[in-house]
Design a protein. Structure first.
Length: 267
């Protein structure tokens, strides 16, 4: 069976290879094949320090949760199942039609390959497929079985992550502070400024009324500290994203509501 030339060329170009900043997703948000399918994002990852290509809202939300985890050390999305001969053999053995495009076999991919660090310092790989329950059908289950058998032969524990039971408030909170992890996107902010503002800002935030909304507290602090409007809010997001400060991250965060912040004991 012939193999889709586009997929062959992607592998030749280095897609699906590398780790960390050097990894190149096999499928990217600007590929013609996926450009019309809707929800696409390009997100600068916390762990990888590179742009992540997620192809659905569910994938993006899963990326946020994994980037928050201290156990995760690398995230590789749109990870190819290579060589293609491996999945072709599995499909033939199971009597399942291999994925094709215009009559040519295509390289299968897993939504995420997570790398975690064990308590003993060992790196472990965790393939994960993201799938909304409403998209389950007979063909999907057939493809799942090819994927499962592929990783079983590699002694990797592949799992499917469904869209039910998601911690929506937690995900929205990470999304709210996500872009403040790094300082490059905020003009005039650097590590020296952060270190200078952190203690007086936290003191002022904690000294104001606990019933005052966080947006009003930030305006008050901006005025008292003599910094540009928006600086205090950015600082809160930055310190929470870097886990220097802590709050009830699982509870809904609204700028129009109070937000209790403390210094993290572990940072």
């Amino acid at each position: 069976m012939s193999v889709n030339k586009t997929h062959v060329n992607r592998l030749k170009d280095g897609r699906g290879q590398g780790r960390g900043e050097q990894y190149v997703p096999f499928i990217q948000a600007n590929d013609n094949k996926v450009a019309s399918e809707g929800w696409l994002t390009r997100t600068l990852g916390w762990h990888s320090n590179r742009i992540h290509h997620t192809l659905s809202n569910y994938e993006y939300q899963y990326l946020l949760v994994q980037d928050w985890s201290d156990q995760v050390v690398d995230i590789r999305e749109q990870y190819p199942l290579t060589p293609i001969e491996a999945t072709q053999k599995i499909a033939a053995r199971l009597n399942i039609k291999h994925p094709q495009h215009k009559g040519e076999d295509v390289v299968m991919s897993t939504d995420f390959m997570l790398t975690t660090m064990s308590v003993h310092g060992e790196l472990q790989e965790h393939p994960r497929t993201i799938k909304p329950i409403h998209k389950l059908n007979k063909r999907t289950l057939e493809l799942f079985e090819i994927e499962r058998q592929y990783y079983k032969e590699l002694n990797l524990g592949w799992k499917v992550v469904f869209d039910v039971g998601r911690p929506i408030s937690f995900i929205r909170n990470i999304d709210w502070l996500y872009d403040a992890k790094r300082l490059e996107g905020r003009p005039g902010m650097d590590l020296e400024v952060v270190n200078m503002l952190a203690e007086p800002l936290l003191y002022k935030l904690q000294s104001l009324s606990r019933t005052m909304s966080i947006s009003k507290k930030c305006l008050n602090c901006d005025n008292q500290l003599g910094v540009e409007p928006g600086t205090s809010m950015f600082m809160i997001k930055h310190m929470l994203a870097n886990k220097k400060w802590t709050t009830s991250i699982m509870e809904p965060i609204r700028e129009s509501a109070p937000l209790h912040i403390e210094r993290s004991k572990s940072k």
